[in-house]
Design a protein around this ligand. Sequence first.
Ligand SMILES: NC(=O)c1ccc[n+]([C@@H]2O[C@H](COP(=O)([O-])OP(=O)(O)OC[C@H]3O[C@@H](n4cnc5c(N)ncnc54)[C@H](O)[C@@H]3O)[C@@H](O)[C@H]2O)c1
Length: 249
Amino acid sequence: MVVGRVAVVTGGASGIGLGVSERLAARGDRVAVLDVQGDAARHVAKELEATGGQAVGLAVDVRDRAAVEAALDTVRERFGPIEIAVTSAGVDAGGAFTDITQETWDRVLAINLTGTFHCLQTVVPDMLAAGWGRIVTISSTSAQHGAANRAHYVASKGGVIALTKALAIELAPHGITVNTIPPSIIDTPMAQAGAGTGHVPSVDAIAAMTPVRRAGVPADVAAAVEFLCSEDAGFITGQQIGVNGGWYL
Ligand SMILES: NC(=O)c1ccc[n+]([C@@H]2O[C@H](COP(=O)([O-])OP(=O)(O)OC[C@H]3O[C@@H](n4cnc5c(N)ncnc54)[C@H](O)[C@@H]3O)[C@@H](O)[C@H]2O)c1
């Protein structure tokens, strides 16, 4: 069994991406933490190295194709070809449909969907060359069942689910699996901020409505990501793996 894969985690400086970075580093992967918050990404990488892991933190805005390509070249020079990609970089957004400006629509789609496209198109050639790869995108339950007052966010995450399914079929013959995790409420800075602006209920309120009666934590998502990025998960592709405490549609 191969240990110590090369993994890239976008949005790795906070929340779910941070939890995933910690989990993959702990199992021995060399982890590249990419985030628009460059200082935070570098700090996370230092912390991972302090606990015995191998990591690099890089400032990247996933909307910027050239920056994504340059960062991933740095990862290849440091660690070798990229074998695992987890795309957690994203932004939340709220507002009545009739109030959404084109500028906001474009920004949310550019980060959540096109940013995922940039990262995956840049890493997939490494995986094709190796005949092995694991991709996990982070989508949202809101795209599975719809949600009021967040049409741009929901549409962007619906696009992520569709992109995941399309790539799963296309890449399956090459030993590359592509799955998505659509979380429900995970207690992160994004979830707290969304409740703060009032376009989603508080974390505690959603936890009370969740069958397991708690909100998720980044480690819940990270555990599922670790499994999906394992050798054992090679027959699982194109799936929406709910990490949602039993949240039902
Ligand atoms: N927390 C939840 O309840 C929840 C639920 C469903 C889906 N999600 C999704 O999970 C993912 C992670 O969210 P989180 O809750 O951990 O939020 P978070 O805000 O804690 O983390 C998101 C990270 O993405 C980074 N980021 C934002 N824009 C970026 C850009 N342009 N380029 C690079 N990095 C960028 C941020 O700096 C941040 O570090 C997001 O895609 C989010 O939509 C979260």
